[in-house]
Design a protein around this ligand. Structure first.
Ligand SMILES: O=C(O)CCC(=O)C(=O)O
Ligand SMILES: [Fe+2]
Length: 197
């Protein structure tokens, strides 16, 4: 498998990275506020017949009436806290979209992770735009081409914004691997538009 260290300005098709979307102080303040005020859950998933809690905590925030297959029946839908609603409205203007949902992940330390996947559920539409904001510990984010298997690594900094749009979900998988020596926590916000069936 080929490996490549990414230039954040030259990412695979449909991935765009901005290191300093939020100031360091704002990112840290928001990290602690969300860590302490959101209702965190740890849903279980079944893979190859084995049921285990996912290796991270989650909170799913959405407009009234929005349902998301990904979260199944295991994740409650929480209302928007003011600070995240304000951020969503700013992003809606900036990207000319209508985000109606936000999946928040809390990685308590480097043992928490997310495996290879694409956010390609039917409810997200054909070429979804997902805006991903990182707060707290730096983590490595990996992008793998589905056909060539080429892997690109990118460090996601606190206060950064990663945009995934276009063919990013059709052509690539992405993951947040374990970094077992890392003791610090990270929160990731992924703003999404969910189309109801
Ligand atoms: O934590 C991250 O940066 C990745 C999150 C992600 O891929 C997702 O929520 O679908
Ligand atoms: Fe994802």
């Amino acid at each position: 498998m080929q490996r490549q260290k990414a230039n954040p300005h030259m990412l695979p098709n449909g991935f765009y990275y901005q290191a300093k979307a939020l100031s360091a102080q704002k990112s840290l303040d928001l990290f602690y506020y969300l860590r302490d005020s959101l209702t965190w859950q740890q849903p279980k998933t079944t893979v190859f017949g084995k049921t285990n809690p996912i290796p991270r905590m989650q909170c799913f925030i959405a407009d009234a009436g929005v349902r998301y297959g990904y979260s199944g029946s295991t994740l409650n839908v929480e209302p928007w806290p003011d600070v995240l609603d304000a951020m969503r409205l700013r992003l809606n203007k900036q990207f000319d979209v209508g985000f109606n949902a936000l999946l928040v992940n809390l990685y308590r330390d480097g043992n928490d992770c997310m495996g290879w996947h694409a956010d390609d559920e039917a409810e997200l539409g054909h070429e979804p735009i997902i805006v991903s904001i990182s707060l707290g510990a730096e983590r490595v984010f990996k992008i793998k081409h589905k056909v060539t298997k080429e892997v690109t690594s990118l460090t996601l900094h606190s206060g950064s914004c990663l945009v995934m749009n276009g063919l990013s979900q059709q052509q690539y998988l992405h993951a947040l691997p374990k970094q077992t020596r890392l003791a610090h926590p990270r929160i990731n916000l992924t703003f999404r538009t969910i189309f109801q069936k």
